[in-house]
Design a protein around this ligand. Structure first.
Ligand SMILES: [Zn+2]
Length: 105
């Protein structure tokens, strides 16, 4: 019965140690350290999605708390071969003013 219907069922979990206001849009964002050592800005809500290993679009990418990139083709719980991924959405894809991020590299 747990359909995926967007923001409404996203559990609000504040596990990230620290959140800061985004320099561009002002919403609170968290930072996850990637394996490379870079800090990636993410929305501070843990998200869950269902994906398959197909290579086609639409793509879903989440970042786990360990800094792993979890990616796959968007699916649903009823899609054959789908599995659940859990992680955070990159703030680059949700920021209302992402252009400002580019300026700082
Ligand atoms: Zn922003």
């Amino acid at each position: 019965m747990e359909g995926h219907r967007g923001a409404r069922d996203r559990p609000r979990v504040e596990r990230l140690v620290r959140t800061l206001p985004c320099r561009s849009c002002g919403v609170r964002i968290g930072f996850i350290e990637l394996a490379s050592g870079k800090k990636m800005p993410v929305d501070p809500e843990l998200c869950m999605d269902f994906v398959t290993d197909d290579t086609g679009p639409p793509r879903v990418t989440l970042v786990s708390e360990k800094g792993e990139m979890l990616t796959g083709k968007q699916a649903s719980v009823t899609t054959p071969g789908s599995y659940r991924i859990e992680g955070y959405v990159s703030h680059f894809s949700t920021c209302t003013d992402p252009k400002k991020w580019r300026r700082d590299g």
